[in-house]
Design a protein around this ligand. Structure first.
Ligand code: BG6
Length: 517
């Protein structure tokens, strides 16, 4: 459908979900309050929820429907992108929200849940379409999934209707074996088509734009390979520390928390081949090929190509912040990594010999997530012949957040009689061009799951391939039983060793000096 501005929408406008009941396990938790209910409010605001839908929150604490609604209103006031919350809209949402108390591995509780779903469905004239959301800590997931199976709630109707779907939050296991075990457990009750594994990065507009940018423009794709690309940098830098998540993070670490999922997905989207279509199977088939082509790191390689670090005290945004080991819920002698940088290789035709440098960390100097494609330099024939320095190469930066956009660095001649060159930047900014805030990632993902569209969710073979690569990285963090942990001060760009990782290859991280203004 062509629109006046020249924008083209491949579909037929907004998509409509069938009536459904969203069941949130872990209804008292952070995710429900900070993300899920504000996302539902956003969807309702934008007219994207069906007329008939309901939300049943499930958790262990005793609570009335009204108490639950009130706490969700306060959470939505605090976290929605659309503030202040409109009374009329909230009243519509609140009228469809219910609370059910129960244990997570208790058949009797789940039988009561099944009855409640029936009565909510009857009253709201909602056929038995159920979207089960696992917003709980990982240790209770097995009990929930088994209980759903035992009580028949996971069952798919003969014709596929009414449907039952399961949304699973990361972490997907702690390693390859535990991820496989979790998968086997889920598959006792649900077939893969019913399982929607969330990585909220895939719901970000700018992450989706990676495929649009690559495959809806003819200019860049011919250059997107080892012939023209020198190297690729992927940065997921955060200024935040633990924010109350110390106990969880101390068990996970940055490799499990961010690298295994968000960074592997970014890498897959940047490196994949064009898919046959935008459907779930086609896109995921291509992503998994990339993940399987990642060269596993052996111990010797990890010594050279992997840096882990942990922040000490420092200052972020002018504020003094504590060291990681002083954060609430973190063991005083913890050796958990809050920073990771490494060099990866994709052993396929397109990317042979192109290094991918990835880094992520907490309490870094700046909050920025970006992918930077550094192109090869020009032959030194016309310019800079005598200089020791080559011309700064072209760099294409996909800024995922904040200041979402795309920029291209290129050389220009400065005005004057002599040929002095300097790098300049062409910038596209979402905010400047569209003037609106993009919807939250969870809005898109909740709607897609309700629609049964799994393209932005992770398939089990992707999880497995990501663990295949990340497992050796986890092992590579140790040397002779000791963790090879580098210290860095909060508010910096991480340990020196991360700079050296690129310096050794004659390169530098983009955000530490080479980013063109
Ligand atoms: C989560 C991690 O998945 O992603 C957090 O558990 C991290 O540790 C967060 O802070 C980053 O997400 P975003 O959307 O803020 O970049």
């Amino acid at each position: 459908m062509a629109q006046p501005c020249g924008c083209v929408s491949p579909g037929d406008g907004p998509r409509a979900a069938e009536p459904f009941i969203l069941v949130i396990f872990g209804a008292s938790g952070d995710l429900t309050h900070r993300k899920l209910v504000p996302a539902l409010y956003g969807l309702l605001h934008d007219g994207l929820l069906p007329e008939r839908f309901a939300v049943v929150g499930y958790a262990r604490r005793e609570k009335s429907d009204d108490a639950f609604r009130n706490e969700l209103r306060a959470a939505t006031e605090a976290h929605s992108r659309l503030r202040p919350v409109r009374d009329d809209l909230w009243a519509r949402l609140a009228g469809r929200i219910f609370y059910q108390q129960g244990d997570y591995a208790d058949r009797a509780s789940f039988l009561r849940l099944a009855e409640r779903l029936q009565s909510v469905g009857r009253e709201g004239r909602i056929p038995g379409n159920h979207l089960f959301y696992l917003a709980t800590p990982p240790e209770v997931v097995a009990g929930i999934v088994e209980s759903l199976r035992e009580t028949g709630l996971s069952r798919r109707g003969e014709t596929g209707r009414p449907w039952a779907r399961l949304i699973a939050e990361k972490p997907f296991g702690r390693d390859r074996d535990s991820a496989r075990a979790l998968d086997a457990l889920i598959h006792r009750g649900f077939i893969e088509d019913q399982v929607f594994r969330i990585d909220h990065y895939l719901g970000k507009e700018t992450v989706q734009n990676i495929l649009v940018f690559r495959f809806a423009n003819s200019l860049f794709e011919p250059l997107w390979n080892q012939k023209y690309v020198d190297h690729v940098q992927i940065t997921v830098a955060e200024t935040l520390g633990m924010e109350g998540r110390g106990p969880f993070f101390d068990q996970a670490g940055a490799l499990r928390d961010v690298v295994q999922n968000h960074m592997m997905q970014l890498l897959a989207l940047v490196a994949m081949e064009p898919a046959m279509g935008l459907d779930a199977a086609s896109v995921r088939n291509e992503k998994v090929k990339v993940l399987r082509s990642l060269r596993p790191m052996d111990r010797a390689c990890a010594e050279r190509s992997l840096v882990i670090g942990q922040y000490g005290r420092g200052a972020v945004g002018g504020k003094v912040v504590p060291a990681y080991r002083e954060e609430q819920g973190v063991a005083p002698g913890s050796t958990t990594e809050t920073f990771v940088a490494f060099k990866a290789w994709i052993d396929n035709w397109r990317w042979a010999d192109v290094p991918f440098y990835l880094r992520t960390g907490k309490r870094l100097a700046e909050r920025v997530t970006e992918v930077a494609i550094h192109f090869k330099g020009v032959p030194r024939v016309l310019f800079n012949r005598e200089s020791a320095q080559p011309l700064p190469p072209n760099v294409l930066t996909l800024r995922i957040q904040p200041d979402e956009g795309v920029s291209l660095r290129f050389q220009v001649k400065t005005p004057g009689q002599v040929a002095t060159l300097c790098p300049h930047q062409m910038d596209f900014s979402y905010r400047k061009s569209f003037g609106t805030e993009p919807p939250e990632a969870y809005e898109r993902l909740l709607l897609d799951a309700a629609l049964g569209d799994a393209a932005l969710f992770i398939r089990n073979d992707e999880v497995d391939a990501a663990w295949r690569f990340v497992g050796p990285l986890l092992a590579g963090c140790h040397e002779g039983g000791e963790r090879r942990l580098h210290a860095y001060a909060a508010g910096t760009w991480g340990p020196e060793a991360a700079e050296e990782l690129l310096e050794r290859d004659g390169r530098a991280w983009q955000t530490t000096g080479t980013r063109a203004e």
